[in-house]
Design a protein around this ligand. Sequence first.
Ligand code: F6R
Length: 240
Amino acid sequence: MKIIKVKSYGELSRKVADFFTDEIRGNPKITIGFATGETPLGLYKELVKLYKLKKIDFSKVKSFNLDEYYPIRRKDKNSFYNYMFKNLFDKVNINKRNINFLNGESKDFEKECLDYELRIKNNPIDLQILGVGINGHIGFNEPGSKENSKTRLVNLSKETIRRNSRFFKGSIKIPNKALTMGIKTILSSKKIILLIYGKDKKKAIKSLIKGKINSEWPVSFLKNHKDLIVFVENSLLSKS
Ligand code: F6R
């Protein structure tokens, strides 16, 4: 595990964006696993800036997103699908045919998950970007998730529902279920970048850096990955 300490959220977003640019330049046909949430918003803004400056080209990039609420309409403003188009995909030249997303509208969620898993197997993720929940979840692999878990339907924890409710707009209630890549799916990515942002993530960082691998802190499974880079604000480390 390589830890890159940064002084601020702005620096974190810029550094990761520069890292991305180098990765895409090195392999224009790269397959990227994207995350949603508050943490990568700054990164996506930076990527859009770099694209406008013609420093980055998404035309051959393929993407897979980590997770999606279930059930949810893709058009719903609270869906992760909508988040990705609004914050990144609609603003850069990614080919829409190269975008892979778990479908929160799918009636047959088991088939949806099996298909997604197969698509990833046939098109391995070169670079997976992750955030972490305050309870240590990665993707929507909540505490208790197994190391060998694959893409599946999960129940969201009360904590996650409470926390993510703050983003929910409009009339719909936050679903209490989601589709998510599993821990095994995530660990199969060639390279993983974990972004840690937010004062309430200290316990999660500690479980990754100092704790033992255990399913109560799913983020700790990342210790098993051979190419993990963690970008974290310095202040969070010194007091953890
Ligand atoms: C999002 C995801 C989640 C978030 C995590 C942190 O696709 O899979 O694991 O990365 O909940 O969310 P924020 O960044 O909002 O603190």
